[in-house]
Design a protein around this ligand. Structure first.
Ligand SMILES: Nc1ncnc2c1ncn2[C@@H]1O[C@H](COP(=O)(O)OP(=O)(O)OP(=O)(O)O)[C@@H](O)[C@H]1O
Length: 770
């Protein structure tokens, strides 16, 4: 063992006695006397007053700029005198008219030339005539004034002022005051004249580009990084846009329909562009504009305004966009009304964006790992805090992202096998039927309201509560060889018509191309969210056609660096928002989602008494498995398929339901529907025609049973209560155990004892809780 040597610390100090300390203490006490304290706090209060702070920073700013301002003033003076000289010369030499005459001569237009020469002569005559009139009026006015003054002087000599009438005395007083004023001013007159001339020359020579620098109010520390109209004009003048350059070169001034003003964490201005220039020309040169303004491209957002000739420009304060959005406002407390929206991020202006959910469908996209799933989860998590919302989640891949939400999800499927898209399609079908039912219910309400409202959503037994279905990695569904087309058709119909009925689709994808997401979806979606995307195709696929051209570009977002930041349209009244999304972690052992879900569940349970007075709207039950339809689906149009193959395909399609099936089970279902046993090449087969006929027979039979005039779909309570495939045990395509184990979860029920007309039981004691 090594021996360590102890080294003692040495302190450098001095020994003090009472005599040394006493005077210091006294000073300190004097300083801390009440009067001193009052004065000091008053000074501090004044110094911290907003107006004083602003005045101080303005003063500091002006002092910093003083040398440059002085140089500018001298230049204005010289330029003013130059402009006067030019004007005087043009006036004296009829330069404008002569130029017209010269142009007419060059173009061989004799008439125009004669007219211009006559105008010069007429103008010359008019000038002399005007001069004569002016001189005559001056002489007459001077003569009248002199006569009046002489008369007043004479009268003053002969009469006593005290005996004069009041009005005459007032006239004398005015005369004396004017005389005294002239006496005083006469001494200053030369100086005043000089100052006046200099002021006028400065004014004449001023910079005519809008937004004079000294009118800006530098009340921020980063005064040098400000953007004002002058900077914007200068930046625009150096974009290399020929018509704009010509306009500015000829002395044109840009019109600022909205002067540069602070807007959130940046500056906003709106410019009406001159003839021949469109906002798209500017947005195409965004990078140069950003460089001209001393900003990163991501911080510079030129977009087309209400018209093509109007440029909306928002420029971020330097570096403000690099900070995150901070904590989700509902992380620790608070609840949501889906009709008011869910907070999901901070806009470029630093405002919380409340994502509209009601009457909206969402398409979220971007490159991998940029924050799409997080957005979907935050939206679902927010909706979970509305006790009336019913939530369904489908994840087309193996991912635990929605796992903590499971207790609050009424339907939850996750996985990569075919059963997940199959269930998603079934869910979409059911939503479509539900949409029709809701349409019928709305039509029966007094006044036939056009859409679901909060009041209607809360109304007893109507079943018009918000119903939100999210599909993560939805391209996997829409590109699925078997279910893709059907899923796309159903989703399009829902997106087009479901909004009014409180049915909301949230879609997220890595791959927003025209092959992966049906065009009709991208066209009809109301809220588009784009994280970093590779090109303008993906950009416009998510945000809408023409957005890239208009300058709304998620292509500017950088992978990784701008993770969590997205460009969104339709989420506010603005043309677009650059949003730093809130992040609710669920990774690497950190789980802040579960506490929110627990709170949501407790809130739902807590509100049961209050809600029960309104009769909580019933959630949709999962439809029963339709064996015949499933057999038809797995046959997939082939003329005949071997029985063993049908069984294997059924097991792949819905393992929960069909994995235990044997050939006998299949035979009994086929027998039940009158499908005869067939043999082909020595093997038992199922013929597509036989199954199709059986389905037709069944449909005819069902229709014959229904009373005539039956409109639409049966209301929810009469839906068959048998369990759906996603209600049982899970194999490959799984619904998490959490969802199944939760007593409140409706999926756990779903047996025939789920009585139609009974209320959802929030305690999980039976009925339709969630
Ligand atoms: N708003 C955010 N703020 C900070 N970090 C975030 C934010 N959103 C996402 N992230 C980070 O990015 C990672 C990926 O997020 P997420 O899984 O939501 O991305 P994704 O786009 O859905 O990815 P994939 O395409 O692979 O599914 C998260 O694990 C998290 O670390």
């Amino acid at each position: 063992m090594t021996r360590r040597e102890l080294v003692r610390k040495v302190f450098d100090a001095e020994i003090v006695d009472e005599e040394t300390v006493a005077p210091q203490c006294k000073e300190a006490t004097a300083e801390r006397s009440p009067a001193a304290r009052v004065i000091r706090s008053a000074v501090r209060a004044v110094a911290s007053h907003e107006a004083v702070v602003r005045a101080r920073s303005v003063l500091a700013y002006r002092l910093r700029k003083a040398p440059r301002d002085l140089g500018r003033l001298v230049w204005f003076l010289v330029r003013g005198v130059g402009r006067w000289s030019g004007k005087a010369w043009r006036w004296a030499s009829y330069a404008d008219l002569r130029a017209d005459a010269r142009a007419a001569r060059l173009s061989g237009d004799a008439d125009a030339r004669r007219t211009a020469q006559e105008l010069i002569r007429a103008d010359a005559r008019a000038r002399w005539a005007k001069l004569g009139i002016f001189l005559r009026r001056t002489v007459i006015t001077a003569a009248v004034v002199i006569v009046l003054l002489v008369l007043l002087a004479l009268l003053d000599l002969v009469a006593d002022r005290a005996e004069m009438p009041g009005w005459l005395r007032a006239v004398y007083e005015v005369r004396d005051a004017i005389a005294a004023g002239v006496g005083v001013v006469r001494a200053w007159l030369p100086w005043l004249a000089v100052v006046g001339v200099i002021g006028a020359a400065l004014w004449e020579g001023r910079d005519r580009s809008p937004g004079a620098g000294w009118l800006t109010r530098p009340d921020r520390d980063d005064a040098d990084s400000w953007v004002d109209e002058r900077m914007v004009s200068r930046a625009l003048a150096h974009l290399g846009i020929a018509p704009l350059n010509a306009f500015l070169k000829n002395g044109g001034e840009l019109v600022y329909t909205v002067a540069a003003r602070k807007d959130g964490d940046g500056t906003y201005a709106q410019v009406r562009l001159p003839l021949g220039v469109t906002a798209a020309m500017v947005t195409d040169r965004r990078k140069v504009l950003a460089a001209n303004l001393g900003r990163a491209a991501l911080e510079t957002w030129p977009t087309t305004g209400e018209e093509d000739g109007v440029l909306d420009l928002w420029v971020a304060d330097k570096g403000t966009l690099s900070g995150g959005a901070g904590d989700w406002p509902l992380l620790h407390d608070g609840f949501v009304d889906v009709f008011d929206g869910v907070p999901f991020g901070l806009s470029q202006r630093g405002l919380v964006i409340n994502a509209p959910l009601f009457e909206s469908n969402w398409l979220v996209g971007g490159r991998p790992g940029q924050g799409k799933t997080n957005v979907l989860r935050v939206l679902m998590l927010g909706a979970a805090l509305d006790p009336t919302a019913e939530l369904w989640a489908y994840v087309m891949g193996e991912s635990p992202d929605f796992e903590p939400l499971a207790p609050r999800l009424s339907r939850y499927r996750v996985g990569m096998d075919d059963s997940v898209p199959a269930d998603a399609v079934r869910a979409l079908e059911e939503l479509l039927k539900e949409m029709e039912r809701r349409g019928t219910v709305l039509g029966e309400q007094p006044g036939q309201p056009p859409k679901v409202s909060r009041r209607l959503a809360d109304k007893p037994g109507l079943g018009l509560h918000p119903l939100i279905m999210s599909i993560d990695e939805c391209h996997e569904l829409f590109q699925h060889p078997r279910y893709g087309k059907q899923a796309a058709d159903l989703a399009v119909r829902l997106i087009k018509r479901g909004r009014k009925y409180g049915i909301i689709l949230l879609l997220a994808t890595q791959s927003p191309t025209k092959d992966s997401i049906p065009k009709e979806i991208t066209r009809n979606i109301s809220c588009g969210v784009a994280f970093a995307v590779a090109d303008h195709v993906a950009n416009d696929g998510l945000l809408g056609a023409g957005k890239y051209r208009a300058g709304v570009r998620a292509t500017e977002l950088r992978m990784k660096t701008d993770r969590g930041t997205c460009v969104a349209v339709g989420v506010s009244d603005n043309a677009f928002e650059l949003i730093r999304t809130f992040y609710v972690p669920f990774e690497d052992g950190a789980d802040m989602v579960t506490p929110v879900v627990t709170r949501a569940m407790a809130h739902r349970a807590e509100h049961r008494p209050a809600l029960s007075t309104h009769d909580i709207p019933r959630e949709i039950e999962a439809a029963p498995v339709d064996h015949l339809a499933d057999i038809d689906r797995v046959i997939g149009g082939e003329p005949r398929v071997r029985t063993q193959t049908v069984l294997a395909r059924l097991a792949g399609h819905n393992p929960t339901e069909y994995e235990p099936w044997t050939a006998r089970d299949l035979r009994s279902v086929l027998d039940e529907h009158g499908v005869p046993p067939r043999k082909s090449d020595g093997a038992m087969v199922v013929r597509a025609d036989d199954v199709a006929e059986a389905i037709t027979r069944r449909t005819d039979r069902d229709e014959a049973r229904e009373p005539s005039g039956n409109q639409g779909v049966s209301p929810v309570p009469s839906l068959p209560p048998a369990p759906s495939p996603d209600q049982g045990e899970q194999s490959t395509g799984r619904r998490t155990g959490a969802a199944c184990d939760t007593p409140e979860h409706p999926l756990e029920q779903g047996s025939a004892d789920t009585v139609s007309g009974s209320l959802p039981d929030m305690d999980g004691g039976g009925g339709h809780g969630d």
